[in-house]
Design a protein around this ligand. Structure first.
Ligand SMILES: Nc1nc2c(ncn2[C@@H]2O[C@H](COP(=O)(O)OP(=O)(O)OP(=O)(O)O)[C@@H](O)[C@H]2O)c(=O)[nH]1
Ligand SMILES: [Mg+2]
Length: 225
């Protein structure tokens, strides 16, 4: 995980509060085994993990990126796909969410068929249409095992106004691609800034999370970076 220490240190000899980076909270959801942990690890650590186990509750991964000279903390919430590992945590996932990444496994048609249920869960947690969403078909390296072609996936993405990315968390050639997926989300969020600034003070949206709020959310959950 990249450090953002320089962003939280006061300038010597001044009484100014430390400059604070904005945080974009992005949740990654989809069936168990589709590769959410591998994708988020790939983006934050730059490699495919040696081994993964089913996520319990949620794991956090963070990466500080720079867009147009501004440092932004991308906070990925890698959620559990298994119902029994997620139900007590669900309300935390959806608080102050800035964007959602839906993941399915191109070699597992059932994980594609589950997408409407994941979209419905977002709706039930009052995620508005203004929250950017993207669709990711993972495990494209397993070419001989593909069950979900690009055409139905693209149709589904279009019908829900989401961009579609087909990728592989595992294929070393797709490293830039995985990076591009999350950078696309971050660029989109950053470009919405003027809109968010027109919101009343104290509104949620894109202002930096208050420290206590961030810690309160994370306090109940483990951080695995
Ligand atoms: N071939 C291939 N295998 C992958 C890829 N991404 C993940 N896997 C494998 O798929 C399995 C599940 O990956 P995870 O990242 O743990 O899946 P998850 O979506 O986080 O699962 P839960 O935590 O249970 O929700 C692991 O055995 C990974 O090694 C990929 O791009 N290609
Ligand atoms: Mg996982």
């Amino acid at each position: 995980m990249e450090s953002s220490l320089e962003l939280t240190t006061s300038l010597p000899g001044t009484c100014l509060p430390p400059p604070r980076s904005r945080i974009f909270k992005i949740i990654v959801i989809g069936d168990s085994g589709v590769g959410k942990t591998c994708l988020t690890y790939r983006f934050c650590a730059g490699k495919f993990p040696d081994k993964t186990e089913a996520t319990i509750g949620v794991d956090f991964r963070e990466k500080v990126i720079e867009i147009d000279g501004e440092k932004i903390k991308v906070q990925l919430w890698d959620t559990a796909g298994q119902e029994r590992f997620r139900k007590s945590m669900v309300q935390h996932y959806y608080r102050n969410v800035h964007a959602v990444v839906f993941v399915y496994d191109v070699t597992n048609a059932a994980s594609f068929r589950s997408l409407p249920a994941w979209i419905e869960e977002c709706r039930q947690h009052s995620l508005g249409q203004e929250v950017p969403r993207i669709l990711v078909g993972n495990k494209c390296d397993l070419r001989d095992a593909v069950q979900v072609g690009t055409d139905p996936a693209q149709k589904f993405a279009d019908s829900h106004s989401m961009p579609l990315f087909e990728t592989s968390a595992k294929n070393p050639d797709d490293n830039d691609h995985v990076e591009a997926i999350f950078m696309t989300v971050a660029h989109k969020l950053k470009s919405q800034k003027p809109l968010m600034l027109s919101q009343p003070l104290g509104g949620e949206g894109f202002m930096p999370m208050r420290k206590s709020e961030e810690e309160e959310e994370k306090g109940v959950l483990a951080c695995s970076c």
